[in-house]
Design a protein around this ligand. Sequence first.
Ligand code: SAH
Ligand code: SF4
Ligand code: F3S
Length: 446
Amino acid sequence: MKPTNSPKTYRVKSFGCQMNVYDGERMAEMLGERGIVPAPEGEDADLVVLNTCHIREKAAEKVYSDIGRLTKGKTQDKAPMIAVAGCVAQAEGEEIMARAPAVSMVVGPQAYHRLPEMLDKAVQGERATDTDMPAIAKFAALPERKRTNPASFLTVQEGCDKFCTYCVVPYTRGAEISRPYGDLVTEARKLVDAGAKEITLLGQNVSAWSGENDKGQAVGLAGLIRDLAKVDGLARIRYTTSHPADMDADLIAAHGEIDKLMPFLHLPVQAGSDRVLKAMNRSHTAESYLRLLERFRAARPDLALSGDFIVGFPGETDAEFEETLKLVDAVGYAQAFSFKYSPRPGTPAASMEGQVAKEVMDERLQRLQAALNRDQWAFNRATEGRTCEVLVERKGKHPGQWLGKTPWLQSAWFEGDVGIGDLVQVELVEAGPNSLAGQLRERVAA
Ligand code: SAH
Ligand code: SF4
Ligand code: F3S
């Protein structure tokens, strides 16, 4: 590649999970430290970071179509400098370098703190790949956080040791690690100083977080949440994503005891058939999952539940799929994500017998989503008439309209004299399938 001018503007495009969004924000902050500014809306950026996701085939393919779109018909001096980050970078770094000469930098999710050095090389015309996995080094090397959204993310745990047979995450994000307690309390305080009212603690397996508190005691996620709840100015705490195997009694109890811990639990189950769950290497059964939810609901009766589902896992029969629908009926989810099984390179399930035909998966997904949508709307209707606290996150579509989240993570929109970051009391007056219309009752001091 030819040497080029240092980029002046950047755009970070994040795909995939919330952790990728968090990583994207941190990369943007690093570029900001370098004096590179976000490209104005609608204008081309000098540097584009594609922060990619490898979880399903469609997500991974997007990288190449995005690169094509960014460089189409452009010579090197007209095209933006491109960095590929995220989980596709980790899984297919060398392939990207070989297949896409327009890419100057490939940087994995555990190495992105080195992006500025790579940028120096790229300006000299040197292409660079960094997919090392140095445990935890990244966080210490990132700049301080100065600005943030009212609802912010904080990565507390990364990686996964569960090895579900369909999933790439243990390969792209590496082994489970927990960030140290002290670092997290400090970062949470900084986020609050920077404007956060709500913090969602993130981890691929967040309930596996463990650490040592300031008194030298071993603590789990519940212990961390209890201490973060003492941070002045922080009004709401959430966490995601959990695995049913790592939910301990203390975390369940915390839902009944800590007001700041929001009544919402995202707990993926994936399927309702025990045979399928076993083949997926999920260490729970449908029954043990339901029993676990009962314990959570006993601690916090108004808990809203969310989950993830995969239809068409290799070998899944019609009758086994019906068991997923049965489980959905039994739970009554407030919201959920559902996906067609996507064979991922290097995972055990990709070479299992009995791969399910696309049409069968389509039909199953449609039926599952119909059931989930029905339950989501029912959940929203059940909250009609309630007045609850809403955190204002952004302006709505129409002038004077605002959009925020209820404690149960529903989107609520309303009109009134408020601002982004305000916590307000809103009466939920009309439930739609995906959001609720509300009426402002009063502001609450944050
Ligand atoms: N660590 C989290 C999130 C993993 S990825 C967890 O265990 O819940 C988010 C979701 O993507 C998973 O819960 C699963 O439902 C889905 N998923 C993962 N791999 C998949 C695959 N190969 N095909 C389809 N969906 C997949
Ligand atoms: Fe993937 Fe399973 Fe780990 Fe979740 S728990 S990240 S689905 S391997
Ligand atoms: Fe995707 Fe990586 Fe997240 S594969 S879902 S971006 S951990």
